[in-house]
Write a protein that binds this ligand. Structure first.
Ligand SMILES: Nc1ncnc2c1ncn2[C@@H]1O[C@H](COP(=O)(O)OP(=O)(O)OP(=O)(O)O)[C@@H](O)[C@H]1O
Ligand SMILES: [Mg+2]
Length: 382
């Protein structure tokens, strides 16, 4: 392990450079790697060559200390290294199956879906789970929660912690909440996060929502490229931090219905491709009546599969949990519910499917044929 992460522990970095760097928000060797030479040159005003040299030295320093991987490694070394990657249980069997054990450290997991599908509940649940002991599937770490929509609720944390037999006060103490007021502030929080992560043993960073403020501030087609560029910077920073500091990162992304998509799912992530290309894992949450469906959309090593989960007092829960609870409350009500549920479930499926079908072919095609027909008849009428 590298004991010394101070900037002046690097050869050739004296007090002047250290001051320049820390004035620009770069506080330790890790931060140098996270920001990279181009950005370092940009924010400190130093020559690009100098910045490159310093960043390379930082990399060497961390490689020697075993904190980051070497540039050239054998596949078996990577395999061994990947075995040691931390995983955080989701507290449910269904999602743990989907994630093959849980959310990984050194990776960015993007969760996208429409409003109310459970993105924020998932973020809350994971903020509790990461604090569990290693035997129980956690990482005994704390959380940096970047709240951009003012939807962080300590009450939910308390309820989730209680449901998992954890001390709610302790759990709350280990969540550092950073409320972001605008997109620039959101980026700044992350840029300055290094020391906070280091000092508090942060093992999970949440950005909920990662995209919302950018979307609100950059409206219209003309601003799209600027928005994507800024969002790109944020998301890259997030994933580099996750890699460098060996923690997990969750970014949520709301989707809107886009009527121009005729085939497949009519909902698309707002962040578009920027988020998709950077995140290592992408999960799509979909509402299906009271239940939720989670689909692994894009992963380097998971099959594309779906599981059903539910939302409850304990946050993200296995669907059986909800059924068990309903059964417990009143037996009569359950029998009633079961019948209504049977009638309801195909209905829900139908609602999910209908927009696709409607939007797709039927209506426009019929209308189109009608128009062509009347055109054909025009000359006859004349
Ligand atoms: N205490 C609770 N017990 C049971 N279910 C709850 C509880 N609190 C919230 N929920 C469920 O969570 C849903 C809201 O989920 P959540 O806030 O995670 O959505 P979201 O995906 O973050 O939406 P948005 O895109 O608007 O931020 C509610 O509709 C409700 O079904
Ligand atoms: Mg939310």
């Amino acid at each position: 392990m590298v004991e010394d992460l101070r900037l002046d522990s690097l050869e050739g970095v004296g007090p002047v450079t250290t001051r320049k760097l820390s004035d620009a928000g770069v506080h330790n060797v890790m931060d140098l790697i996270v920001r990279g030479p181009v950005e370092i040159a940009d924010i400190t005003g130093m020559e690009k060559d100098t910045a490159e040299k310093i960043v390379n030295k930082a990399r060497q320093h961390l490689v020697e200390g075993g904190l980051i991987a070497k540039d050239f490694v054998s596949a078996s070394e990577i395999y061994k290294y990947r075995q040691s990657i931390g995983k955080i249980t989701t507290g449910t069997n269904c999602l743990d199956t989907l994630f093959d054990g849980g959310i990984e450290t050194q990776a960015l997991t993007e969760v996208y879906g429409e409003f109310g599908c459970g993105k924020t509940q998932f973020a809350h649940t994971m903020s509790v789970m990461v604090q569990k002991s290693k035997e129980e599937g956690g990482l005994e770490g704390s959380v940096l929660y970047i709240d951009t929509e003012n939807t962080f609720r300590p009450e939910r944390i308390v309820a989730i912690a209680q449901a998992h037999d954890m001390d709610p006060e302790k759990v709350l103490d280990n969540i550092i909440v950073a409320r972001a007021y605008n997109s620039a502030h959101q980026v700044l929080i992350l840029e300055e996060a290094g020391p906070v992560i280091e000092e508090n043993n942060v093992k999970l960073i949440v950005a909920d929502s990662a995209v919302g403020l950018f979307r609100a501030e950059y409206l219209g087609r003309g601003t799209l490229s600027v928005r994507q560029q800024k969002l790109n910077h944020f998301v890259h920073l997030l994933s580099r931090i996750a890699e460098t500091y060996n923690c997990a990162a969750i970014a949520t992304n709301q989707v809107m219905a886009s009527p121009d998509v005729f085939f497949g799912d009519p909902t698309r992530p707002i962040g578009g491709n920027v988020v998709a290309h950077t995140s290592t894992y992408r999960i799509y949450f979909k509402k299906s009546g009271k239940k939720r469906i989670a689909r692994m959309v894009d992963s380097p090593h998971h099959p594309e599969e779906e599981v059903i989960f539910a939302l409850g007092e304990a946050g993200i829960v296995d669907p059986e949990e909800v059924e068990k609870k309903t059964k417990k409350t009143t037996k009569k009500a359950t029998t009633k519910k079961a019948t209504t549920k049977k009638a309801k479930e195909p209905k829900v499926e139908a609602t999910v499917e209908t927009p696709e079908v409607e939007a797709t072919v039927e209506t426009p095609e019929v209308e189109a044929t009608k128009e062509i027909e009347s055109d054909d008849f025009d000359p006859v009428e004349e």
